[in-house]
Design a binder for this molecule. Structure first.
Ligand code: IMP
Length: 433
């Protein structure tokens, strides 16, 4: 059995948590491959809502094993809190949650540096989640990071942390005017953490490859979104990892030839948190309506999300770089009640129309969206069980998306609950190009 990958096709917060939770029913393993506790994957059942930051959303399916891969940066506090929350809900994680021994750890100085650097950049701040993600990946690539495997040898751990703290404290106090961190307190905290996570740590790359050979089906879960990818996103307003499909191979150690399906999660409109260009942004009543009806407030930071119309130029780009095989459309119900809906099909720059997404932020900040206006619908769609049950205008909206991107739709989410989803039957797609 192959690997299926779930990818955020916009700037994150597309509703991946719900889709991964649904797809988990059909797979053996769910594996997270990048990012850290900057992500917030929301799952709703009945009247309960849970937010997971690190543990893959498949954990609530008893038969599924969840993996936190080597590409993830792990915040001990976040992982401990999450394991406790899942256990308190009555789910056994022992033997079902595996953490890569090669994953890098987020250290207290990463969080301190992330926050201090953002204050220092002031008007040019990226708008990070402040969870230490950028500084942790900086250390990984500077080859000064601390990995889960380093917790095993206390002497090595102490030496590495001591060296790192000397350098980081010089930066924190000398450059950013912030407070330094205490070496002994960090060592104590991380030694305690080691005792707790030890039973979960393993060579997840060996495990995943062995399970692939045994015919198991893996669902690889990307966090954030493709437009936040450090290479392909709106650099420098990006996260420090690869939410795109390539991150799956490097973040888990699985071969690309095993990837058979790449599902792009697409919110029916766009949102973004943090700074950076957003061509279809709405700073008006319509933007506020999308924010309120769609509950567009960050699952990790609570920040109000910026909102705007669907951007097909950006979606064509992320569909291309990920080789998306199909879309899962989320939050279609949020558009219910509008007289008309705009969709951006092209950008205008210096008087000419552009179909392609520009790579530099300077151009992206200057382009204007070119919209087509489609009719809206008034009927409540939250109970629709089949594609044919949707109002004709909603179906046309989805068909328009497929026509302009060439990617088929296999799932449509019409509300936050599991059952509020229109699924394609077996191999039959809902809308085809
Ligand atoms: P960082 O990942 O905390 O370094 O933040 C970098 C950028 O990515 C900021 O604009 C964040 O708001 C954004 N970001 C990080 N994680 C998420 C997420 O899970 N959803 C949406 N945006 C995110």
């Amino acid at each position: 059995m192959p690997i299926s990958v779930v990818i955020g096709s916009q700037w994150g917060d597309e509703g991946k948590g719900k889709i991964v939770d649904l797809l988990s029913q059909e797979v053996d393993i769910v594996a997270r491959y990048q990012g850290g506790a900057n992500a917030g994957h929301t799952i709703c059942w009945g009247d309960k809502t849970f937010v997971l930051h690190l543990v893959p959303s498949g954990i609530f399916h008893e038969g599924v094993t969840c993996v936190i891969g080597n590409g993830v940066v792990i915040d001990p506090k976040a992982v401990l809190d999450e394991i406790r929350m899942i256990t308190d809900l009555g789910y056994d994680v022992q033997g079902r949650l595996l953490i890569s021994h090669n994953a890098h750890l987020i250290m207290p100085y990463h969080k301190a540096l992330d926050q201090a650097r953002e204050r220092y950049r002031d008007a040019e701040a990226i708008g990070t989640t402040g969870r230490g993600i950028g500084p942790a990946y900086m250390d990984k690539f500077a080859r000064t990071g601390i990995r889960v495997v380093d917790l095993l040898d206390r002497d090595v751990l102490r030496a590495k942390i001591t060296r790192a703290v000397e350098e980081k404290n010089a930066m924190l106090t000398g450059i950013y005017g912030a407070e330094g961190v205490d070496v002994d307190a960090i060592i104590e905290e991380y030694v305690e953490f080691d005792k707790f996570i030890d039973p979960f740590v393993t060579d997840t790359t060996q495990y995943l490859n062995q399970e692939l050979k045994a015919g198991k089906h893996i669902l690889a879960e990307g966090a954030q979104g493709s437009l936040l990818d450090v290479d392909f996103g709106t650099y420098p307003y990006v996260t420090s990892s690869h939410p795109t499909v390539g991150g799956c191979c490097t973040g888990l150690g699985v071969p690309p030839t095993e990837i058979k399906r790449v599902i792009g999660i697409v919110k029916a409109y766009c949102t973004r948190v943090g700074n950076g260009p957003f061509v279809t942004e709405l700073n008006d009543e319509m933007g506020e309506r999308l924010r309120q009806v769609g509950h567009e407030f960050g699952a990790t930071t609570g920040r109000p999300r910026r909102t705007g119309w669907l951007d097909l130029v950006a979606l064509r780009y992320t569909s291309m770089i990920n080789g998306l095989t199909d879309y899962a459309i989320t939050k279609l119900d949020v558009l219910t009640g509008l007289d008309e809906i705009k969709v951006c099909t092209h950008y205008r720059y210096n008087g000419t129309l552009h179909e392609r997404f520009p790579s530099e932020v300077q151009t992206l900040e200057k382009v204007e969206p070119v919209y087509e206006t489609l009719p809206g619908w008034k009927e409540d769609i939250t109970g629709c069980e089949r594609f044919e049950d949707l109002p004709v205008e909603a179906r046309e909206y989805l068909q328009f998306m497929v026509r302009h991107t060439g990617v088929d739709i296999s799932m449509v989410s019409t509300g936050p609950k599991r059952e509020q989803t229109i699924l394609s039957e077996r191999e039959r797609l809902l809308v085809t190009a």
